[in-house]
Write a protein that binds this ligand. Structure first.
Ligand code: 5GP
Ligand code: MG
Length: 284
């Protein structure tokens, strides 16, 4: 729970803090200022990043206010990286933040009238080609084993269905559902439907549609590891690396994708577009 909401300079910071809480990511608000320029021995310029994520050792600056401040902040963040090479810092743009909210059906992007699909990013053929390749890779890596493919509802449905048919090994499948963020600070990510299979001693492959910030994945990994699996690897069709906050090793990646909101082949926008046979960029 956030006890004192008045510490935040902007409501979006509070909202972001709630999302961090939801994923159990520990944070501090503006704990440190970095001197960027000295005038003699006086500090002439400094920057105080909004958040510090304790466990990730990562500073985050939200640029959700005026876009005109973005260039300025960009310059400052670059300077911090230059002057303090051991410090990890990331800038989160307004659109990044709106996308995070939109995933849960909040914020301006979620409410926006979308103009449909702007562009096909990955055609049915490109996807099938990649799924075939991933299937053969998994088949040879898991030779002699019987991997369990685990999917989190509902975005992976097309990928899982196609991938399992390209694996030439006996595979088992199971599914789980996690509770989405509802804008309530007291809430934390939970499992609304857990796996039914006993995973202890099993070789598990978590099949994901898309890894974005990595917050969901980090939760899922911990959850699956707690089931005493023999091994656990991640296989994601899409990787939006540029937006990663929580780094995780991902063994199988289909495509690195740009920082756009994608729909189709299982991915939705407000539950629409899942049944498109290709992956498109949603125009807002
Ligand atoms: P993460 O926790 O990595 O930020 O979020 C992963 C989840 O966010 C995915 O499983 C997916 O449900 C959703 N997501 C992330 N990016 C996109 C996107 O571009 N389009 C859609 N439809 N969902 C996305
Ligand atoms: Mg600030």
């Amino acid at each position: 729970m956030i006890k004192d909401t008045s510490i935040f300079a902007h409501p979006s910071e509070l909202e972001f803090a709630q999302i961090l809480n939801f994923y159990g990511l520990k944070w501090e608000y503006e704990p440190r200022s970095f001197a960027l320029r000295y005038d003699g021995d006086k500090i002439a310029e400094m920057m105080t990043p909004d958040f510090y994520l304790t466990d990730l050792d990562l500073y985050l600056e939200l640029t959700t206010l005026k876009q005109s401040l973005v260039t300025q902040k960009n310059r400052k963040v670059r300077k911090i990286k230059e002057l303090y090479p051991d410090v990890n810092i990331k800038l989160l743009y307004r659109k990044d933040f709106h996308r995070i909210l939109a995933k849960y059906g909040f914020g301006p992007l979620a409410e926006a009238d979308t103009k449909g699909i702007d562009k096909i990013l990955l055609s049915t053929r490109q996807i099938q080609h990649k799924v075939n390749r991933l299937g053969s890779e998994i088949s040879s890596d898991y030779k002699g084993l019987k991997p369990v493919l685990v999917g989190v509802q509902r975005g992976m449905i097309c990928f899982m269905a196609d991938l399992m048919r390209k694996i030439s090994l006996p595979v088992e499948i199971d599914f789980m559902t996690i509770s989405p963020y509802s804008g309530d600070d007291s809430q934390s990510v939970g499992i609304s439907k857990d796996l039914e299979m006993d995973l202890s001693g099993k070789d598990v492959i978590l099949v994901e549609d898309i890894i974005d910030t990595g917050m969901t994945l980090s939760f899922l990994k911990d959850h699956l590891i707690s089931k005493n699996t023999n091994s656990l690897q991640i296989c994601t069709l899409l990787d939006k690396k540029i937006r990663r906050l929580v780094e995780t090793d991902i063994k199988y990646v289909g495509f690195d994708v740009p920082d756009e909101f994608l729909v189709g082949y299982g991915l939705d926008y407000n539950e629409k577009y899942r049944n498109l046979p290709f992956i498109g960029i949603l125009q807002t």
